[in-house]
Design a protein around this ligand. Structure first.
Ligand code: NAD
Ligand code: DAU
Length: 354
């Protein structure tokens, strides 16, 4: 342990973005010791991190950010220099079905983790950092024009975005009130490998492959700004090391797509890969009842991050989408494992009445 120059706690590291971030940090920084704390909810999967599981600078700890005693023991044992906080309930549709679990994990869990940091770092905040990974959804919904900047007023509209907005406020409150060194980043929609197939892109890939209906909410006109997940992880790396304490950074792909256009593109890509006739997969498209309170459009202005810290997205969407489809087709076992149990129950509940 003595040889490590930094000890970092990453929460939610068994999830989609967290696993990409853990992999990046463990491989890129062999002189850092990385502890991945994750409760392994339905969304957490250690298979995501098989390739780094036995690295000497990596440890997994199963635990809940809400459990103060467990957190105190963990902080005592490791004396972390930094925390990168991703653990959360992350799916908007689940937040509509069960808002309180989002308040528990995202609001109370984040506040509790902030307390754990304060208790552990009390009196010695120099060189410490609490980095909070948040979402562009805290800014609400855009019309046809404009972008979210770091100055856009918060206007969350779903229980998920309200819980993330609230957690962001707690993070800034700990900075202003107690002097806790914090940074927040707000990112747009991520896509890539290891994405749980309840979210749009992996759900559509899985359903196309299995010849199941492709449930498009409303008219499919809603717009999201898509970013390759590894580009998000790289942005977090840069901000963690070079970002200004007390500041916030928007991260986005400059890559806006209507849902229906993405689904059609996926159908075309998969027709080719699965040897189907052109247009065959698109016949599965089924327009269903809209999401309640469905935000129309998100689009991020990430120019501050580019100007101040030099980050920009690396991958074209069409290339990223092909890579993503290939990963899902090559990793059927992963999909089988994560779509059992809780997911099946959720899927029936979510789509049976639409
Ligand atoms: P995810 O649902 O794939 O992963 C969340 C992880 O947190 C899971 O491994 C889960 O087991 C863990 N977790 C949940 N509750 C916990 C608890 N109480 N204690 C410890 N661990 C717990 O989510 P994701 O898509 O990887 O998102 C990660 C973070 O990034 C979230 O905070 C989310 O709000 C934010 N974010 C996501 C996106 C996106 O497009 N997915 C975009 C911007 C921001
Ligand atoms: O913007 C960042 C956010 O992006 C993250 O903070 C969230 O954690 C992440 O889940 C994501 O939220 P969205 O609600 O935008 O993602 P989702 O994949 O659930 O939906 C994307 C769009 O596709 C949205 O307009 C709803 C629509 N949709 C989704 C599903 C699951 C459908 O039309 N049909 C579906 O079956």
């Amino acid at each position: 342990m003595a040889d490590f120059t930094k000890k970092i706690l990453i929460t939610g590291g068994a999830g989609f973005i967290g696993s990409h971030l853990v992999r990046l940090f463990v491989k890129k920084y062999p002189h850092y010791f990385i502890v991945n704390l994750d409760a392994l909810t339905y969304a957490g999967n250690l298979e995501n991190l098989r390739d780094v599981a036995s690295f000497p600078n990596y440890e997994f700890e199963r635990g809940d950010i809400n459990n103060e005693k467990e957190m105190a023991r963990l902080f005592e044992r490791h004396q972390f220099d930094g925390v990168i906080h991703l653990a959360a309930e992350s799916h908007v549709d689940r937040s509509i079905l069960d808002p309180l679990s989002f308040a528990r994990t995202n609001v109370l869990g984040t506040s509790s983790l902030l307390n754990s940091c304060m208790n552990s770092w009390r009196g010695d905040l120099k060189g410490k950092l609490f980095y909070h990974v948040s979402t562009d959804e805290v800014y609400g919904s855009l019309g046809k024009e404009g972008f979210f900047t770091e100055e856009t007023a918060y206007d969350p509209r779903s229980p998920y975005s309200a819980s993330k907005a609230s957690s962001d406020h707690f993070v800034m409150a700990y900075h202003h009130t107690y002097g806790l060194p914090v940074i927040i980043s707000n990112c747009s929609n991520n896509y890539g490998s290891h994405h749980f197939p309840e979210k749009l892109i992996p759900l559509m890939i899985n359903n196309i492959k299995n010849n199941k209906p492709l449930p498009v909410y409303g008219k499919g006109e809603n717009v999201r700004d898509w970013l390759w997940v590894e580009d998000h992880a790289k942005a977090i790396d840069i901000i963690f090391h070079k970002g200004k304490i007390g500041d916030r950074y928007n991260i986005g792909g400059y890559n806006e797509w209507k849902n229906i256009d993405i689904i059609n593109l996926l159908c075309r890509i998969m027709d080719k890969k699965l040897g189907r006739k052109e247009g065959e997969s698109a016949k599965l498209i089924t327009f269903v009842k809209d999401r309640q309170g469905h935000d129309l459009r998100y689009a991020i202005d990430a120019s501050k991050l580019n100007r101040e810290l030099g980050w920009k997205p690396s991958l074209q969407f069409e290339e990223g989408l092909e890579k993503t489809v290939d990963w899902y087709l090559e990793n059927e076992e992963w999909v089988k494992h994560v779509t059992s149990g809780d997911y099946r129950h959720y899927y029936d509940q979510q789509y049976e009445k639409r």
